[in-house]
Ligand binder design. Structure first.
Ligand code: CMC
Length: 444
């Protein structure tokens, strides 16, 4: 029988002793067990002692989408979905967007603390001098078909980085880990921009290391014959805020993929390539594009009521609304909304914004959405910003991958250092045939 942990008094007034354990009776055998509860969690392995016979494997838990399974301990990102709170290393997303920069947030995610001035300057310098990729990488990307999806190119490019830095597989070496973190954050915009230029049939533009991170990215996307690409600072700042907003979101699909693949002790480039692959899927990185298509279809504010009726009758889905974790306004959506206004001040009004604002207002006034706790999520307004920056829809997920790299790297580093880490290897419930006689081909 498992041990029981006891803690101090719970309620004011009467001294109540709290028993932090779960009593379970296995009705198949009548046996009772006491399972410790730590951090509001029971260990799935504690159920294995529950058996119907000596040779029984023991009880397992079934949770196909990990909807109620904590896969790790983490100190990086905190989300309270009911309250609409998002914090990185204890700092609110609102404060970080207001005062910080993406590269500083990347440092915070990875190191756990905000950098001092010297640490900040050194970090920015390191990332900046590693933005170039090997010429072989350029030739590798040039081998793709003219219409290759930029996300497929990015995925292949990140995986290929492991062949350019073979010593990164020494994951126990702190210097190797550090260099991989720097290189991934530094080279992701370069690979993303090369993939974009390829899809446009344009020559690739090398990084301009005089520019700060988001300005350099825009330069690699859009520079033509001019000596220097000079993006409007309001746009680069807006892009930097978008990068901060997408930097990490705890154990989402792509981050879990990075941790799971990384648990095999493969090099970090290969582990992060798994994250890019997961993000490629429409249920993860692609919803902002769907929002734009939805706004296009609605066409005018007058059509909103009939569209919402379609949503309520189940014929439509209100894209950019709802979230598995947030049952309140996604705090990232609130920040992006202000950002949209600032960007459109520079680029000119987009008629889709008027439809989006009115759509949000009406949905938030409607019992169907409020009773289901459906609020705008990060994707409701981000597509409008990308569109204003003239970024084509195929690039939206690629742009998501750039800042999420900081989160993937931070989570990978935490996983590598965690003494609880073992190779990820779930169990299954086998529901197929057993012990069949093989029938030769000519007798089938
Ligand atoms: N439009 C209309 N109804 C919805 C929507 C929506 N966008 N989202 C959820 N519902 C309804 C759903 O039909 C269900 O109703 P009922 O109880 O009558 O069956 C109820 O709300 C609960 O929804 P659910 O499907 O159980 O929620 P979920 O946690 O499985 O799904 C979601 C979350 C994000 C997949 C879903 O809300 C959705 O499809 N939203 C639209 C797509 C979208 O915007 N995705 C971006 C997510 S944010 C990106 C990120 O953080 O990575």
């Amino acid at each position: 029988m498992s041990t029981t942990e006891r803690s101090g008094s719970l309620e004011s007034g009467a001294v109540a002793e709290r028993n932090d354990s779960l009593s379970v009776t296995d009705n198949r055998t009548g046996e009772s067990f006491e399972i410790p509860i730590t951090d509001g969690t029971v260990k799935a392995m504690d159920f294995r002692q529950m058996k119907v016979s000596e040779d029984d494997f023991g009880l397992m838990t079934y949770d196909p989408a990990f909807t109620n399974t904590a896969s790790c301990r983490s100190e990086i990102t905190y989300i309270d979905g009911e309250a609409g709170v998002l914090e990185h290393r204890g700092y609110s997303i609102e404060a970080l967007c207001k005062h910080s920069s993406y590269l500083e947030v990347a440092y915070l995610l990875i190191h756990g603390e905000l950098p001092t001035k010297d640490q900040h300057d050194e970090w920015v310098h390191e990332v900046t001098i590693h933005t170039y990729v090997h010429e072989g990488m350029k030739r590798f990307l040039q081998g793709f078909r003219y219409d290759a999806h930029p996300m497929g190119m990015l995925l292949a490019g990140v995986g290929a980085l492991s062949t350019f830095y073979p010593t990164a597989k020494n994951i126990d070496d702190p210097d190797e880990r550090h260099m991989a973190a720097v290189r991934l954050i530094a080279k992701m915009p370069t690979l993303a921009a090369f993939a974009y230029r390829h899809s446009m049939g344009l020559p690739y533009v090398y990084p301009d290391n005089d520019l700060w991170y988001p300005a350099n990215f825009l330069s690699m996307l859009y520079k033509m014959a001019e000596a220097k690409y000079d993006a409007d600072p309001r746009l680069t700042r807006a892009l930097d805020v978008l990068f901060i907003l997408h930097a990490d979101h705890e154990q989402n699909c792509s981050t879990s993929a990075v941790r799971s693949v990384g648990s095999s002790q493969v090099d970090p480039y290969s582990a992060v390539a798994a994250g890019v692959a997961a993000l490629y899927g429409p249920l993860h990185g692609g919803a902002n594009e769907a929002v734009l298509r939805m706004l296009d279809r609605i066409e005018t504010v007058e059509n909103i009521p009939s569209f919402l009726e379609g949503v309520k009758s189940g014929d439509e889905r209100l894209m950019g609304f709802g979230h598995r974790v947030y049952k309140n306004y996604d705090p990232r959506a609130r920040i992006i909304k202000t950002n949209v206004d600032e960007v459109l001040e520079v680029t000119g009004m987009n008629p889709k914004l008027e439809i989006a604002v009115e759509l949000e207002k009406r949905a938030l006034d409607d019992e169907y959405f409020t009773s289901r706790k459906l609020y705008p999520n990060v994707d409701f307004y981000s597509g409008l910003i990308y569109e204003a920056l003239e970024i084509p829809p195929a690039m939206f997920t690629v742009i998501f991958a750039i800042p999420r790299t900081a989160g993937w790297v931070a989570q990978w580093l935490e996983m590598v250092d965690d003494s609880d880490t073992k190779i990820a290897r779930p169990r299954q419930i086998y529901s197929g045939e057993r012990e069949r006689d093989y029938v030769s081909l000519d007798e089938r």
